[in-house]
Write a protein that binds this ligand. Structure first.
Ligand code: AR6
Length: 169
């Protein structure tokens, strides 16, 4: 698997699936989630609502992932995952790693080859970006998958540099 870094907007990626840093309601929010729903259009929210009705009435648990259409995005699928809110008092690293593992597992179920990840939990959920980057890179590298193109798409220079550091160590 080739792992690469891109600085930019995940909604513009021409990949089979983009990963959304969602919240457990699956009903949208700010950050990447807001951008994906805005650009992808209402079909994504329709699918999310159906998933809530059929499987996730109580919300999608932290660390899990689920796929919907990508609507008008160039990607074919959005894989929504719910990162943990950062806590200095409690180590939630395994929940963050689980987001990447579960997204890759869903990607394999879909039979796809390329995927783009944002820095899950490193925005509104407050995870320090250096640590979020280490967990993301380590987990994607060590998870067996049929994906052959995995990209981290970083919105800010800071996040890009944190992932660059993580990928070279
Ligand atoms: N493309 C790529 N990365 C982006 C984009 C974009 N278009 N926009 C922001 N980022 P966040 P979280 C970066 O806050 O911390 C939402 O309200 C951003 O700079 O999107 O997991 C959800 O509904 C940061 O590095 O996700 C949840 O309630 C990274 O993406 C909550 O935020 C993640 O930031 C989830 O918070």
């Amino acid at each position: 698997m080739r792992i690469s870094l891109v600085q930019g907007d995940i909604t513009e990626q021409e990949v089979d699936a983009v990963v959304n840093a969602a919240n457990s309601t699956l009903l949208g929010g700010g950050g990447v989630d807001g951008a994906i729903h805005r650009k992808g259009g209402p079909e994504i929210l329709d699918d999310c609502r159906k998933l809530r009705a059929s499987h996730y009435g109580g919300g999608l648990p932290t660390g899990q992932a689920v796929a919907t259409t990508a609507g008008r995005l160039p990607a074919r699928w959005v894989i929504h995952t719910v990162g943990p809110v950062y806590s200095a008092a409690e180590d939630r690293s395994d929940q963050l790693a689980s987001c990447y593992r579960e997204a890759l597992r869903i990607a394999d179920e879909l039979g796809i080859e390329s995927i783009a990840f944002p820095a899950v939990s490193a925005g509104i959920y407050g995870w320090p970006v250096d640590d979020a980057a280490r967990i993301a890179v380590h987990t994607v590298r060590s998870t067996p998958t049929k994906i052959n193109d995995a990209r981290f798409v970083l919105f800010t220079q800071d996040a890009y540099e944190a992932f660059e550091q993580a990928i070279t160590t």
